[in-house]
Design a binder for this molecule. Structure first.
Ligand SMILES: Nc1nc2c(ncn2[C@@H]2O[C@H](COP(=O)(O)OP(=O)(O)OP(=O)(O)O)[C@@H](O)[C@H]2O)c(=O)[nH]1
Length: 447
């Protein structure tokens, strides 16, 4: 074996050298292993004799062109997948290996020859196919991604538009209660833009007395992963006091951790005012604005049970107007109303703000005096009320005067329970009324 053969056997590609007549001069080991024909058998044969009739005719053609005209050619796997019947070494010959063949002219000094360099591209083709498949997959994924992005954009736009048009304030805040989103209605309600409230926990913008309570409720909702739902006062930057209700649910990250809350803020000022008005109506007399009988008795019961603990004296005054009916009969019902309002107002003015005044019945009033003091100071209050009620009352077209009878009962001296105290005061009032001098005649209308 000469040096050329040694060299040809040591390379990792197939080499076939054909002489001018197209006969095999060199058939390296690489080819021998894949064609199952030894070099000594193949040498001297044509390609057709060495391989049988299984050669791609285009190969025969380009070999002839290389020898005759000195042309080169490449039969790539893409166009001519398997020009020669070559098989992977050790295979069962069921599938040809994929090849790329370079056909180049060679020269032995006198005549032109042809060299075939054969490469196994099976692996490369498979890799290429795999790459193509991956590229295809990637393209599909990208398309899906961009479709998902478009959908996301659309749904974000939808959300923004909904948030813009929503009649309620919408907000989002982090676990520390710092606002991260506020829709237009929310900014309008608060009278502040997101940038103005974003820096610090939102309860800091509430009246000082409510800040801690609401902030604690927020932190509790975060800790216990429950819904946040609170009503609180808010002073609008214009100075207008409001009642707001915030309702929010937890927003979680991909690990299930709460990263904040998203929810609504609603102006419930009107509702609150209506509820307060209703509560006032339920507890107060509509004519005089003082407590009604039921509410007064609730205060009386509470005062007695509170007083038992601190052993305070509590005084109950029962006031009944004298001959009130005459006012109605003489000046009309409306004039009677004016008198009732004036009496209520005057009694209210005499006692302290923490004491309770009620219209107990038609022309009856009751007063609850906390920390009643001694008998002298009680007598002074009774005298003051008597005097205040007796002052002339302006009916517009005339003035009238009216007197009253007052019954006084003191807890714990006269009775230890509300009913006992009420009965005692009532009885004393009647006793006083029976003992009063004969009624002075009232001035006639327009007097
Ligand atoms: N204007 C007016 N009159 C009322 C109202 N409620 C009750 N009255 C009248 O108050 C009067 C109470 O009459 P009486 O119970 O006889 O009391 P009085 O005339 O003050 O007589 P004495 O208590 O014995 O001094 C009645 O005429 C009722 O119609 C009211 O809301 N407005």
């Amino acid at each position: 074996m000469n040096d050329d053969h040694l060299l040809a056997d040591s390379v990792d590609i197939g080499l076939i050298l054909l002489d001018h007549d197209g006969r095999i001069r060199l058939w390296n080991r690489w080819i021998a292993q894949r064609a199952t024909r030894a070099a000594h058998e193949a040498e001297g044969m044509t390609l057709t004799e060495a391989f049988g009739n299984h050669i791609d005719p285009r190969l025969t053609l380009v070999v002839r062109e290389a020898i005759d005209f000195g042309w080169t050619a490449r039969l790539s796997h893409a166009l001519h997948p398997m020009p020669l019947p070559l098989f992977p070494p050790g295979s069962d010959h069921s599938q040809r290996m994929m090849q790329a063949i370079d056909v180049t002219p060679a020269n032995d000094g006198t005549r032109r020859m042809c060299l075939l360099q054969v490469r196994d591209v099976t692996e490369a083709v498979h890799r290429e196919a795999l790459l193509k498949q991956q590229a295809h997959q990637l393209r599909n994924d990208l398309q899906r991604l961009s479709r998902a992005q478009e959908e996301l954009q659309r749904s974000e736009m939808r959300f923004r538009e909904l948030a813009r048009q929503a009649p309620a304030g919408l907000f989002e805040a982090d676990a520390e209660a710092r606002c991260t989103f506020l829709n237009e209605r929310g900014e309008q309600l608060l009278g502040r833009e997101l940038a103005q409230v974003a820096g610090s926990p939102w309860p800091n913008f509430l009246p000082a007395a409510d800040q801690e309570r609401i902030h604690d409720r927020w932190l509790l909702a975060v800790k216990s992963a429950t819904r946040f739902s609170e009503e609180f006062r808010y002073i609008h930057p214009s100075g207008r006091p409001l009642w707001l209700r915030a309702e929010a649910g937890a927003l979680r990250d991909q690990h299930g951790q709460i990263r904040g809350f998203i929810g609504t803020i609603v102006d419930i000022t009107e509702f609150h005012e209506r509820a307060s008005r209703n509560e006032f109506r339920a507890n107060h007399d509509s004519l005089t604005g003082q407590l009604n009988r039921d509410h007064f008795e609730r205060h009386l019961r509470a005062a007695i049970s509170g007083a038992r603990e601190v052993t305070d004296r509590i005084a109950l005054l029962f006031i009944d107007l004298d001959d009130f009916k005459v006012i109605n009969d003489t000046h009309g019902h409306q004039a009677g109303d004016t008198v009732l309002k004036a009496v209520a107002y005057r009694v209210r003015r005499v006692v302290r703000a923490e004491d309770r005044v009620a219209r107990y019945g038609g022309d009856e009033f009751a007063v609850l005096l906390y920390e009643a003091g001694d008998d002298r100071s009680l007598a002074a209050i009774v005298a003051k009320i008597t005097h205040a009620v007796a002052l002339p009352i302006n009916l517009g077209h005339c003035h009238v005067r009216i007197s009253c009878s007052i019954g006084l009962a003191v807890y714990p001296d006269d009775a230890q329970d509300p009913n006992g105290l009420l009965n005692q005061a009532d009885q004393r009032m009647y006793d006083g009324k029976r003992g009063r001098p004969a009624r002075a005649s009232l001035p006639p209308p327009n007097a």
